[in-house]
Design a protein around this ligand. Structure first.
Ligand code: TYD
Length: 134
């Protein structure tokens, strides 16, 4: 399935501050196998620019903000991540660019698979071809 959606995480806050827990197969709808984070992104940089053949991910701006541009091969949508309680779940063949990183942005990503370069489509025309053939 090629889809994406925003997930709202419950914040466990008290007078000391806030905490959010991600749990596999609970508020993260897959078994988490990998966690990575993107930080110190330079001004004006666009990251991503790829699709995955078969990967589930959730991206969360745990600090600062950035914009995801999501493209299913037909329509493009921009989604602002600007709150640690907002998770962007992406599944399947969706082309993504990330842009407008704030200077302090820390973008946390959890994924259901280990890093595998063979799962990447980094050529936009190949992506369009693949979308048409699915
Ligand atoms: P890249 O795919 O360019 O990052 P982005 O799509 O966020 O712009 O990844 C940068 C480098 O890091 C590239 O050499 C691949 C490597 N990498 C890993 O080794 N493991 C990972 O989990 C990820 C996401 C990337």
């Amino acid at each position: 399935m090629n889809s994406y959606k925003l997930i709202s995480f419950k914040t466990l806050g008290d007078e000391r501050g806030s905490l959010i827990a991600l749990e596999a197969d609970y508020n993260a709808p897959f078994h988490i196998q990998r966690v990575y984070y993107i930080f110190d992104t330079k001004n004006g940089v666009v990251r991503g620019s790829h699709a995955h053949i078969d990967l589930k991910q959730i991206a969360i701006a745990v600090k600062g903000s950035c914009v995801f541009v999501l493209d299913d091969g037909i329509t493009k949508e921009e989604i602002l991540l600007d709150n640690p309680n907002k998770g962007l779940f992406i599944e399947g063949l969706i082309w993504r660019d990330m842009k407008n990183f704030s200077e302090d942005c820390v973008l946390l990503v959890v994924a259901n698979k280990h890093y595998d370069e063979t799962d990447y489509i980094r050529d936009y025309n190949k992506f369009l071809q693949k979308v048409k053939n699915v």
